[in-house]
Write a protein that binds this ligand. Structure first.
Ligand code: C2O
Length: 548
Protein backbone atom coordinates (compact mmCIF):
# COMPACT_ATOMS: atom_id res chain seq x y z
CA UNK A 1 0.00 0.00 0.00
CA UNK A 2 1.05 3.56 -0.68
CA UNK A 3 0.22 7.09 0.44
CA UNK A 4 -1.81 9.16 -2.00
CA UNK A 5 -1.63 12.94 -1.77
CA UNK A 6 -4.44 15.20 -2.91
CA UNK A 7 -5.05 18.94 -2.73
CA UNK A 8 -8.70 19.99 -2.69
CA UNK A 9 -9.19 23.69 -3.32
CA UNK A 10 -12.66 25.00 -2.53
CA UNK A 11 -13.47 27.98 -4.70
CA UNK A 12 -16.25 29.62 -6.69
CA UNK A 13 -17.42 28.44 -10.08
CA UNK A 14 -20.07 29.93 -12.35
CA UNK A 15 -22.47 27.20 -13.38
CA UNK A 16 -25.59 27.56 -15.54
CA UNK A 17 -28.44 25.06 -15.28
CA UNK A 18 -32.11 25.50 -16.25
CA UNK A 19 -31.11 28.95 -17.67
CA UNK A 20 -30.04 30.16 -14.21
CA UNK A 21 -26.40 31.06 -13.59
CA UNK A 22 -25.05 30.84 -10.08
CA UNK A 23 -21.67 31.18 -8.50
CA UNK A 24 -21.46 27.89 -6.63
CA UNK A 25 -18.89 26.39 -4.28
CA UNK A 26 -16.84 23.86 -6.19
CA UNK A 27 -13.86 21.58 -5.63
CA UNK A 28 -10.80 22.17 -7.82
CA UNK A 29 -13.01 24.11 -10.23
CA UNK A 30 -15.19 21.10 -10.93
CA UNK A 31 -18.85 20.30 -10.39
CA UNK A 32 -19.46 17.57 -9.29
CA UNK A 33 -16.07 17.39 -7.63
CA UNK A 34 -13.11 15.18 -8.54
CA UNK A 35 -12.79 11.49 -7.65
CA UNK A 36 -10.63 10.41 -4.77
CA UNK A 37 -9.05 7.15 -5.90
CA UNK A 38 -7.19 4.70 -3.66
CA UNK A 39 -6.65 1.02 -3.10
CA UNK A 40 -7.72 -0.85 -0.03
CA UNK A 41 -4.97 -0.38 2.57
CA UNK A 42 -3.68 2.93 1.16
CA UNK A 43 -3.17 6.03 3.23
CA UNK A 44 -4.94 9.09 1.84
CA UNK A 45 -3.73 12.61 2.63
CA UNK A 46 -6.00 15.41 1.42
CA UNK A 47 -5.13 19.03 2.02
CA UNK A 48 -8.40 20.97 1.88
CA UNK A 49 -7.94 24.69 1.28
CA UNK A 50 -10.86 27.05 1.79
CA UNK A 51 -10.88 29.98 -0.67
CA UNK A 52 -14.53 30.96 -0.11
CA UNK A 53 -16.30 33.09 2.47
CA UNK A 54 -18.23 30.13 4.02
CA UNK A 55 -16.92 27.96 6.82
CA UNK A 56 -16.58 24.42 5.52
CA UNK A 57 -15.58 20.83 6.38
CA UNK A 58 -15.29 17.68 4.26
CA UNK A 59 -16.59 14.26 5.33
CA UNK A 60 -15.32 11.00 3.81
CA UNK A 61 -18.67 9.30 3.98
CA UNK A 62 -18.38 5.62 4.87
CA UNK A 63 -14.61 5.63 5.43
CA UNK A 64 -14.23 3.90 8.78
CA UNK A 65 -11.57 6.30 10.15
CA UNK A 66 -10.19 3.71 12.53
CA UNK A 67 -8.57 5.66 15.39
CA UNK A 68 -8.43 8.71 13.10
CA UNK A 69 -11.73 10.32 14.15
CA UNK A 70 -10.19 13.82 13.91
CA UNK A 71 -10.47 13.47 10.14
CA UNK A 72 -14.11 12.37 9.93
CA UNK A 73 -15.36 15.85 9.14
CA UNK A 74 -18.79 16.73 10.59
CA UNK A 75 -18.52 20.32 11.78
CA UNK A 76 -18.72 20.83 15.56
CA UNK A 77 -18.64 17.06 16.09
CA UNK A 78 -15.09 16.00 15.18
CA UNK A 79 -13.65 19.37 14.19
CA UNK A 80 -14.23 23.10 14.03
CA UNK A 81 -14.91 24.27 10.48
CA UNK A 82 -12.11 25.33 8.15
CA UNK A 83 -12.40 29.10 7.94
CA UNK A 84 -11.78 31.37 4.96
CA UNK A 85 -8.18 31.19 3.72
CA UNK A 86 -7.38 28.35 6.09
CA UNK A 87 -6.62 24.73 5.35
CA UNK A 88 -6.80 21.38 7.07
CA UNK A 89 -5.05 18.18 6.00
CA UNK A 90 -7.18 15.07 6.36
CA UNK A 91 -5.09 11.94 6.81
CA UNK A 92 -6.56 8.46 7.01
CA UNK A 93 -6.02 4.86 6.00
CA UNK A 94 -8.60 2.86 4.09
CA UNK A 95 -8.87 -0.37 6.04
CA UNK A 96 -10.91 -3.43 5.09
CA UNK A 97 -13.10 -1.64 2.56
CA UNK A 98 -13.29 -1.68 -1.22
CA UNK A 99 -15.94 -0.35 -3.56
CA UNK A 100 -17.54 3.07 -3.87
CA UNK A 101 -18.12 5.75 -1.24
CA UNK A 102 -18.50 9.51 -1.50
CA UNK A 103 -16.94 12.60 -0.03
CA UNK A 104 -19.07 15.64 0.71
CA UNK A 105 -19.11 18.89 2.67
CA UNK A 106 -20.45 18.34 6.19
CA UNK A 107 -21.40 21.83 7.24
CA UNK A 108 -24.91 23.25 6.83
CA UNK A 109 -26.19 22.47 3.29
CA UNK A 110 -22.88 22.90 1.45
CA UNK A 111 -23.12 19.31 0.26
CA UNK A 112 -25.50 20.70 -2.39
CA UNK A 113 -22.50 21.39 -4.64
CA UNK A 114 -19.47 20.00 -2.79
CA UNK A 115 -19.46 16.25 -3.39
CA UNK A 116 -17.63 13.63 -5.39
CA UNK A 117 -16.81 9.90 -5.58
CA UNK A 118 -14.42 7.90 -3.42
CA UNK A 119 -13.27 4.94 -5.49
CA UNK A 120 -11.57 2.18 -3.52
CA UNK A 121 -9.97 -0.43 -5.74
CA UNK A 122 -9.10 -3.88 -4.41
CA UNK A 123 -5.51 -4.45 -3.27
CA UNK A 124 -2.93 -5.12 -5.98
CA UNK A 125 -3.25 -8.63 -7.47
CA UNK A 126 -6.71 -9.00 -5.98
CA UNK A 127 -9.69 -9.23 -8.28
CA UNK A 128 -13.36 -8.43 -7.92
CA UNK A 129 -15.55 -11.35 -6.84
CA UNK A 130 -17.42 -10.80 -10.13
CA UNK A 131 -16.64 -10.47 -13.82
CA UNK A 132 -13.92 -7.93 -14.56
CA UNK A 133 -15.63 -4.88 -16.05
CA UNK A 134 -14.54 -3.40 -19.36
CA UNK A 135 -14.93 0.10 -17.91
CA UNK A 136 -15.94 1.73 -14.62
CA UNK A 137 -18.17 4.78 -14.62
CA UNK A 138 -19.30 6.97 -11.70
CA UNK A 139 -22.95 8.04 -11.75
CA UNK A 140 -23.69 10.72 -9.13
CA UNK A 141 -27.15 11.95 -8.30
CA UNK A 142 -27.51 15.46 -6.94
CA UNK A 143 -29.91 18.36 -6.75
CA UNK A 144 -29.75 21.72 -8.48
CA UNK A 145 -31.12 24.86 -6.85
CA UNK A 146 -31.70 28.02 -8.90
CA UNK A 147 -31.03 29.96 -5.69
CA UNK A 148 -28.38 29.59 -2.99
CA UNK A 149 -29.22 26.48 -0.91
CA UNK A 150 -27.71 28.16 2.16
CA UNK A 151 -30.38 30.85 1.91
CA UNK A 152 -33.06 28.16 1.53
CA UNK A 153 -32.20 26.37 4.76
CA UNK A 154 -31.47 29.46 6.84
CA UNK A 155 -34.82 30.98 5.87
CA UNK A 156 -36.63 27.73 6.69
CA UNK A 157 -35.00 27.55 10.11
CA UNK A 158 -35.99 31.15 10.81
CA UNK A 159 -39.62 30.78 9.81
CA UNK A 160 -39.97 27.27 11.22
CA UNK A 161 -41.42 26.01 7.96
CA UNK A 162 -40.28 23.48 5.38
CA UNK A 163 -37.49 24.63 3.06
CA UNK A 164 -38.14 25.24 -0.63
CA UNK A 165 -37.38 22.23 -2.74
CA UNK A 166 -34.63 22.07 -5.34
CA UNK A 167 -35.39 22.88 -8.97
CA UNK A 168 -34.03 19.68 -10.49
CA UNK A 169 -32.33 16.40 -9.78
CA UNK A 170 -29.09 15.83 -11.61
CA UNK A 171 -26.96 12.99 -12.98
CA UNK A 172 -23.28 13.96 -12.82
CA UNK A 173 -24.40 17.56 -12.33
CA UNK A 174 -26.78 17.61 -15.33
CA UNK A 175 -30.60 17.81 -15.08
CA UNK A 176 -31.26 16.36 -18.53
CA UNK A 177 -33.87 16.77 -21.26
CA UNK A 178 -37.09 16.48 -19.25
CA UNK A 179 -36.56 19.88 -17.62
CA UNK A 180 -37.13 23.24 -19.28
CA UNK A 181 -34.08 24.87 -20.75
CA UNK A 182 -31.95 21.84 -20.04
CA UNK A 183 -31.63 19.46 -23.01
CA UNK A 184 -28.08 20.52 -23.76
CA UNK A 185 -27.22 19.68 -20.12
CA UNK A 186 -27.79 15.95 -20.49
CA UNK A 187 -25.46 13.25 -19.26
CA UNK A 188 -24.66 10.82 -22.09
CA UNK A 189 -23.16 7.44 -21.36
CA UNK A 190 -21.56 6.11 -24.54
CA UNK A 191 -21.05 2.37 -24.52
CA UNK A 192 -19.76 -0.35 -26.83
CA UNK A 193 -21.90 -3.39 -27.52
CA UNK A 194 -21.21 -6.72 -25.84
CA UNK A 195 -19.31 -5.32 -22.87
CA UNK A 196 -19.75 -5.28 -19.11
CA UNK A 197 -19.62 -1.89 -17.42
CA UNK A 198 -19.35 -1.24 -13.69
CA UNK A 199 -21.52 1.72 -12.75
CA UNK A 200 -20.52 3.26 -9.43
CA UNK A 201 -23.80 4.86 -8.40
CA UNK A 202 -23.82 7.48 -5.67
CA UNK A 203 -26.76 9.39 -4.24
CA UNK A 204 -25.47 12.77 -3.11
CA UNK A 205 -28.90 14.46 -3.34
CA UNK A 206 -29.75 16.61 -0.33
CA UNK A 207 -33.26 15.54 0.47
CA UNK A 208 -34.51 12.66 -1.64
CA UNK A 209 -34.29 8.92 -1.83
CA UNK A 210 -34.38 7.98 -5.51
CA UNK A 211 -35.47 5.27 -7.91
CA UNK A 212 -33.18 4.73 -10.91
CA UNK A 213 -33.61 2.67 -14.03
CA UNK A 214 -32.15 2.35 -17.54
CA UNK A 215 -34.69 1.49 -20.24
CA UNK A 216 -34.47 -2.09 -21.62
CA UNK A 217 -31.38 -2.96 -19.56
CA UNK A 218 -30.97 -5.10 -16.48
CA UNK A 219 -28.63 -4.12 -13.67
CA UNK A 220 -26.73 -6.61 -11.54
CA UNK A 221 -26.15 -5.29 -8.02
CA UNK A 222 -22.73 -6.42 -6.74
CA UNK A 223 -21.79 -4.01 -3.97
CA UNK A 224 -23.23 -1.36 -1.68
CA UNK A 225 -21.60 1.08 0.76
CA UNK A 226 -18.17 -0.43 -0.06
CA UNK A 227 -19.15 -4.00 0.83
CA UNK A 228 -19.78 -6.75 -1.68
CA UNK A 229 -23.24 -8.32 -1.82
CA UNK A 230 -24.54 -11.54 -3.31
CA UNK A 231 -25.20 -10.45 -6.90
CA UNK A 232 -28.84 -10.02 -7.90
CA UNK A 233 -30.58 -8.67 -10.98
CA UNK A 234 -33.00 -5.78 -11.00
CA UNK A 235 -34.54 -3.35 -13.50
CA UNK A 236 -34.71 -0.56 -10.95
CA UNK A 237 -32.59 0.59 -8.03
CA UNK A 238 -33.59 2.36 -4.86
CA UNK A 239 -30.82 4.48 -3.39
CA UNK A 240 -30.94 6.88 -0.44
CA UNK A 241 -28.76 9.94 0.04
CA UNK A 242 -25.42 8.73 1.40
CA UNK A 243 -25.71 5.27 -0.15
CA UNK A 244 -23.56 3.93 -2.95
CA UNK A 245 -24.40 0.93 -5.14
CA UNK A 246 -22.16 -0.73 -7.70
CA UNK A 247 -23.95 -2.47 -10.55
CA UNK A 248 -22.85 -4.36 -13.63
CA UNK A 249 -24.45 -3.22 -16.86
CA UNK A 250 -24.15 -5.72 -19.72
CA UNK A 251 -24.62 -3.99 -23.03
CA UNK A 252 -26.54 -5.52 -25.93
CA UNK A 253 -24.52 -7.74 -28.30
CA UNK A 254 -24.97 -5.46 -31.31
CA UNK A 255 -25.37 -1.71 -31.51
CA UNK A 256 -29.12 -1.20 -31.66
CA UNK A 257 -30.84 1.42 -33.74
CA UNK A 258 -31.95 3.10 -30.54
CA UNK A 259 -30.96 5.11 -27.51
CA UNK A 260 -32.15 4.51 -23.96
CA UNK A 261 -33.18 6.93 -21.29
CA UNK A 262 -31.76 6.43 -17.80
CA UNK A 263 -33.92 8.18 -15.27
CA UNK A 264 -34.23 8.88 -11.57
CA UNK A 265 -36.99 10.40 -9.51
CA UNK A 266 -37.84 10.44 -5.80
CA UNK A 267 -39.49 7.96 -3.53
CA UNK A 268 -41.61 10.13 -1.34
CA UNK A 269 -43.51 9.26 1.79
CA UNK A 270 -43.90 12.46 3.80
CA UNK A 271 -46.32 15.32 3.58
CA UNK A 272 -45.93 18.79 2.19
CA UNK A 273 -44.39 20.09 -0.96
CA UNK A 274 -41.75 18.17 -2.80
CA UNK A 275 -40.24 17.88 -6.21
CA UNK A 276 -41.58 14.91 -8.15
CA UNK A 277 -39.66 15.69 -11.31
CA UNK A 278 -37.42 13.27 -13.21
CA UNK A 279 -33.77 13.57 -14.13
CA UNK A 280 -32.76 11.75 -17.27
CA UNK A 281 -29.56 10.87 -19.05
CA UNK A 282 -29.03 8.96 -22.25
CA UNK A 283 -27.37 5.60 -22.84
CA UNK A 284 -26.14 5.44 -26.40
CA UNK A 285 -24.21 2.80 -28.32
CA UNK A 286 -21.18 3.54 -30.40
CA UNK A 287 -21.93 2.47 -33.95
CA UNK A 288 -19.37 0.34 -35.84
CA UNK A 289 -17.10 2.68 -37.80
CA UNK A 290 -18.21 1.42 -41.23
CA UNK A 291 -21.76 2.57 -40.46
CA UNK A 292 -22.84 6.00 -41.55
CA UNK A 293 -24.30 7.79 -38.50
CA UNK A 294 -27.76 6.43 -37.78
CA UNK A 295 -30.73 8.71 -37.95
CA UNK A 296 -34.11 8.59 -36.27
CA UNK A 297 -32.99 6.43 -33.40
CA UNK A 298 -35.86 5.11 -31.30
CA UNK A 299 -35.77 6.43 -27.74
CA UNK A 300 -36.82 3.91 -25.10
CA UNK A 301 -37.97 5.14 -21.70
CA UNK A 302 -37.82 3.23 -18.42
CA UNK A 303 -40.76 2.75 -16.08
CA UNK A 304 -40.10 3.69 -12.49
CA UNK A 305 -42.10 2.56 -9.45
CA UNK A 306 -44.80 4.97 -8.28
CA UNK A 307 -43.67 7.75 -6.00
CA UNK A 308 -45.10 6.08 -2.85
CA UNK A 309 -43.96 2.51 -3.60
CA UNK A 310 -43.22 1.62 0.03
CA UNK A 311 -43.52 -2.16 -0.29
CA UNK A 312 -41.38 -2.14 -3.46
CA UNK A 313 -38.69 -0.36 -1.43
CA UNK A 314 -38.89 -2.89 1.40
CA UNK A 315 -38.58 -5.80 -1.04
CA UNK A 316 -35.63 -4.23 -2.82
CA UNK A 317 -33.84 -3.60 0.48
CA UNK A 318 -34.36 -7.20 1.58
CA UNK A 319 -32.63 -8.53 -1.54
CA UNK A 320 -29.29 -7.24 -0.25
CA UNK A 321 -27.28 -10.01 1.41
CA UNK A 322 -23.61 -9.93 2.25
CA UNK A 323 -21.33 -12.49 0.60
CA UNK A 324 -20.70 -14.10 3.99
CA UNK A 325 -18.00 -16.45 2.66
CA UNK A 326 -14.49 -17.30 3.84
CA UNK A 327 -12.91 -14.38 2.04
CA UNK A 328 -15.59 -11.85 2.94
CA UNK A 329 -17.20 -13.02 6.18
CA UNK A 330 -20.15 -11.18 7.72
CA UNK A 331 -18.77 -10.25 11.12
CA UNK A 332 -22.17 -9.56 12.64
CA UNK A 333 -22.06 -9.53 16.46
CA UNK A 334 -23.80 -12.72 17.63
CA UNK A 335 -24.23 -11.65 21.21
CA UNK A 336 -25.33 -8.16 22.16
CA UNK A 337 -23.94 -6.17 25.10
CA UNK A 338 -26.21 -3.14 24.79
CA UNK A 339 -29.60 -2.63 23.20
CA UNK A 340 -31.06 0.70 22.19
CA UNK A 341 -34.53 1.57 20.96
CA UNK A 342 -34.56 4.86 19.09
CA UNK A 343 -37.73 6.58 17.95
CA UNK A 344 -36.83 8.68 14.91
CA UNK A 345 -39.03 11.17 13.18
CA UNK A 346 -40.48 14.60 12.92
CA UNK A 347 -41.96 16.68 15.70
CA UNK A 348 -42.44 20.29 16.58
CA UNK A 349 -40.92 22.96 18.74
CA UNK A 350 -42.71 26.05 20.01
CA UNK A 351 -42.65 29.20 17.93
CA UNK A 352 -41.03 32.19 19.69
CA UNK A 353 -43.55 34.54 21.36
CA UNK A 354 -45.20 37.16 19.12
CA UNK A 355 -44.05 35.46 15.93
CA UNK A 356 -46.07 33.56 13.39
CA UNK A 357 -44.34 30.37 12.35
CA UNK A 358 -44.83 28.29 9.25
CA UNK A 359 -44.57 24.90 10.94
CA UNK A 360 -47.37 22.33 11.16
CA UNK A 361 -49.38 25.12 12.87
CA UNK A 362 -48.56 28.81 13.09
CA UNK A 363 -47.52 28.47 16.72
CA UNK A 364 -45.04 25.66 16.02
CA UNK A 365 -41.84 25.09 14.08
CA UNK A 366 -40.88 21.88 12.36
CA UNK A 367 -38.34 19.86 14.32
CA UNK A 368 -37.02 16.30 14.25
CA UNK A 369 -35.58 14.09 16.93
CA UNK A 370 -34.19 10.80 18.14
CA UNK A 371 -35.97 9.71 21.33
CA UNK A 372 -37.65 13.13 21.53
CA UNK A 373 -34.30 14.90 21.65
CA UNK A 374 -33.41 17.24 18.87
CA UNK A 375 -29.61 17.22 18.72
CA UNK A 376 -28.14 20.71 19.01
CA UNK A 377 -24.67 21.28 17.56
CA UNK A 378 -22.39 23.08 20.01
CA UNK A 379 -20.16 25.97 18.91
CA UNK A 380 -16.97 24.00 19.57
CA UNK A 381 -15.89 20.49 18.53
CA UNK A 382 -17.31 17.69 20.69
CA UNK A 383 -14.35 15.38 20.06
CA UNK A 384 -11.89 18.09 21.03
CA UNK A 385 -13.88 18.93 24.18
CA UNK A 386 -13.88 15.27 25.15
CA UNK A 387 -10.20 14.70 24.40
CA UNK A 388 -9.09 17.71 26.42
CA UNK A 389 -11.53 17.01 29.27
CA UNK A 390 -13.62 20.13 28.65
CA UNK A 391 -17.09 18.67 28.21
CA UNK A 392 -18.69 21.11 30.68
CA UNK A 393 -21.33 23.16 28.91
CA UNK A 394 -20.64 21.39 25.60
CA UNK A 395 -22.40 18.05 25.93
CA UNK A 396 -23.81 15.59 28.44
CA UNK A 397 -23.67 11.79 28.35
CA UNK A 398 -27.27 10.99 29.30
CA UNK A 399 -28.79 10.26 25.90
CA UNK A 400 -31.85 8.09 26.63
CA UNK A 401 -31.72 4.42 25.55
CA UNK A 402 -35.50 4.55 24.96
CA UNK A 403 -37.97 7.24 23.88
CA UNK A 404 -38.95 9.74 26.57
CA UNK A 405 -42.62 9.78 25.49
CA UNK A 406 -43.76 6.28 24.61
CA UNK A 407 -46.67 6.03 22.19
CA UNK A 408 -48.04 3.92 19.40
CA UNK A 409 -45.68 4.73 16.55
CA UNK A 410 -48.03 4.11 13.71
CA UNK A 411 -51.24 5.26 15.31
CA UNK A 412 -52.58 8.69 16.22
CA UNK A 413 -50.01 11.32 17.08
CA UNK A 414 -49.65 12.19 20.77
CA UNK A 415 -51.06 15.54 21.95
CA UNK A 416 -47.59 16.80 22.66
CA UNK A 417 -45.25 16.45 19.69
CA UNK A 418 -42.68 18.85 21.11
CA UNK A 419 -39.04 17.83 21.12
CA UNK A 420 -36.36 19.21 23.43
CA UNK A 421 -33.05 20.58 22.19
CA UNK A 422 -29.89 19.19 23.75
CA UNK A 423 -26.42 17.84 22.99
CA UNK A 424 -26.55 14.39 24.55
CA UNK A 425 -24.22 11.48 23.77
CA UNK A 426 -24.35 7.74 24.38
CA UNK A 427 -21.11 6.50 25.97
CA UNK A 428 -19.91 3.05 24.91
CA UNK A 429 -17.01 1.08 26.33
CA UNK A 430 -14.51 -0.05 23.71
CA UNK A 431 -15.64 -3.23 21.90
CA UNK A 432 -19.24 -3.10 23.09
CA UNK A 433 -21.51 -4.95 20.69
CA UNK A 434 -24.55 -2.81 20.09
CA UNK A 435 -28.01 -3.49 18.76
CA UNK A 436 -30.10 -0.52 17.68
CA UNK A 437 -33.77 -0.67 16.71
CA UNK A 438 -34.88 2.44 14.88
CA UNK A 439 -38.62 3.03 14.86
CA UNK A 440 -40.29 5.59 12.62
CA UNK A 441 -42.48 7.69 14.92
CA UNK A 442 -44.88 8.66 12.11
CA UNK A 443 -45.89 11.66 14.26
CA UNK A 444 -46.42 14.00 11.32
CA UNK A 445 -47.12 11.18 8.89
CA UNK A 446 -45.14 8.01 8.17
CA UNK A 447 -41.80 8.86 6.61
CA UNK A 448 -38.74 6.98 5.47
CA UNK A 449 -35.51 8.14 7.14
CA UNK A 450 -32.12 7.10 5.72
CA UNK A 451 -29.99 6.87 8.86
CA UNK A 452 -26.22 7.17 8.49
CA UNK A 453 -23.73 6.03 11.11
CA UNK A 454 -20.27 7.60 11.10
CA UNK A 455 -17.18 5.57 12.00
CA UNK A 456 -18.71 2.10 11.55
CA UNK A 457 -20.50 -0.21 9.21
CA UNK A 458 -23.52 -1.93 10.67
CA UNK A 459 -25.33 -5.14 9.78
CA UNK A 460 -29.04 -4.95 9.09
CA UNK A 461 -30.48 -7.87 11.03
CA UNK A 462 -34.16 -7.08 10.59
CA UNK A 463 -36.81 -4.68 9.38
CA UNK A 464 -40.56 -4.52 9.31
CA UNK A 465 -43.69 -2.40 9.23
CA UNK A 466 -45.74 -1.27 12.22
CA UNK A 467 -44.45 -1.36 15.78
CA UNK A 468 -41.31 -3.34 16.56
CA UNK A 469 -42.14 -6.26 18.83
CA UNK A 470 -39.16 -7.03 21.13
CA UNK A 471 -40.64 -10.45 21.98
CA UNK A 472 -41.31 -11.69 18.45
CA UNK A 473 -39.24 -9.82 15.88
CA UNK A 474 -35.76 -10.88 17.07
CA UNK A 475 -36.68 -14.50 16.28
CA UNK A 476 -36.51 -13.60 12.60
CA UNK A 477 -33.24 -11.69 12.71
CA UNK A 478 -30.74 -12.60 9.99
CA UNK A 479 -27.42 -13.36 11.64
CA UNK A 480 -26.15 -15.42 8.69
CA UNK A 481 -25.70 -13.06 5.75
CA UNK A 482 -27.01 -9.63 6.79
CA UNK A 483 -26.01 -6.78 4.52
CA UNK A 484 -23.27 -4.43 5.74
CA UNK A 485 -24.09 -0.72 5.35
CA UNK A 486 -23.26 2.73 6.63
CA UNK A 487 -26.65 4.19 5.57
CA UNK A 488 -30.03 2.47 5.61
CA UNK A 489 -33.64 3.58 5.56
CA UNK A 490 -35.97 3.15 8.47
CA UNK A 491 -39.09 2.07 6.56
CA UNK A 492 -41.99 4.55 6.48
CA UNK A 493 -44.25 3.47 9.33
CA UNK A 494 -41.86 0.70 10.30
CA UNK A 495 -38.60 -0.22 11.99
CA UNK A 496 -35.05 -1.27 11.21
CA UNK A 497 -32.68 -3.25 13.46
CA UNK A 498 -28.91 -3.27 13.09
CA UNK A 499 -25.85 -4.37 15.02
CA UNK A 500 -22.32 -3.04 15.14
CA UNK A 501 -19.19 -3.53 17.19
CA UNK A 502 -17.98 -0.35 18.86
CA UNK A 503 -14.30 -1.01 18.11
CA UNK A 504 -13.42 2.51 17.03
CA UNK A 505 -12.77 5.10 19.76
CA UNK A 506 -14.03 8.60 19.04
CA UNK A 507 -17.19 10.67 18.69
CA UNK A 508 -19.48 9.41 15.95
CA UNK A 509 -22.52 11.14 14.59
CA UNK A 510 -25.61 9.22 13.52
CA UNK A 511 -28.23 11.13 11.57
CA UNK A 512 -30.88 11.15 8.91
CA UNK A 513 -29.14 11.79 5.58
CA UNK A 514 -32.02 13.95 4.34
CA UNK A 515 -30.39 17.29 5.09
CA UNK A 516 -33.66 18.96 6.00
CA UNK A 517 -34.22 16.39 8.75
CA UNK A 518 -30.63 16.70 9.97
CA UNK A 519 -31.05 20.47 10.15
CA UNK A 520 -34.22 19.95 12.18
CA UNK A 521 -32.26 17.85 14.67
CA UNK A 522 -32.66 14.21 13.58
CA UNK A 523 -29.19 13.27 14.79
CA UNK A 524 -27.37 11.95 17.85
CA UNK A 525 -23.81 10.94 18.68
CA UNK A 526 -21.93 8.03 20.21
CA UNK A 527 -18.84 8.46 22.33
CA UNK A 528 -16.72 5.31 22.11
CA UNK A 529 -14.04 5.22 24.78
CA UNK A 530 -10.44 4.15 24.29
CA UNK A 531 -9.59 0.52 24.88
CA UNK A 532 -6.66 -0.53 27.09
CA UNK A 533 -4.30 -1.53 24.23
CA UNK A 534 -2.08 1.06 22.60
CA UNK A 535 -3.72 0.20 19.27
CA UNK A 536 -7.17 0.78 20.76
CA UNK A 537 -6.82 4.48 21.46
CA UNK A 538 -7.63 7.45 19.31
CA UNK A 539 -4.49 9.07 17.92
CA UNK A 540 -3.50 12.50 19.23
CA UNK A 541 -5.03 15.43 17.32
CA UNK A 542 -3.19 16.86 14.30
CA UNK A 543 -1.43 20.19 14.79
CA UNK A 544 -3.42 21.98 12.07
CA UNK A 545 -6.82 21.05 13.54
CA UNK A 546 -8.98 24.15 12.90
CA UNK A 547 -9.99 26.35 15.82
CA UNK A 548 -13.53 27.61 16.38
CU1 C2O B 1 -22.79 11.61 4.47
CU2 C2O B 1 -22.90 12.72 8.34
O1 C2O B 1 -22.85 12.27 6.38
Amino acid sequence: SITRHYTFNIGYLNVTRLCHTRSILSMNGRFPGPSLIAREGDRVVVKVVNHVSNNVTIHWHGVRQIRSGWFDGPSYVTQCPIQTNQSFTYNFTITGQRGTLLWHAHHSWLRATLYGPIIILPKHNTSYPFEKPYKEIPILFGEWFNVDPEAVISQALQTGGGPNVSDAYTINGLPGPLYNCSSKDTYRLKVRPGKTYLLRIINAALNDELFFSIANHTLIVVEGDASYVKPFETDTLFITPGQTINVLLKTKPYSPNATYLMAARPYFTGRGTFDNSTVAGILEYKQPSHHSPLKNLTLFKPTLPPINATSWVANFTKKHRSLANDKFPANVPRKVDKKFFFAVGLGTSPCPKNTTCQGPTNTTKFAASVNNISFALPSVSILQSYYFGKSNGVYTTDFPANPLNPFNYTGTPPNNTNVSNATKLVVLQYNTSVEVVLQDTSILGAESHPLHLHGFDFFIVGQGFGNYDPNKDPNNFNLVDPVQKNTASVPAGGWLAFRFLADNPGVWLMHCHLDVHTSWGLRMAWLVLNGPGSDQKIQPPPSDLPKC
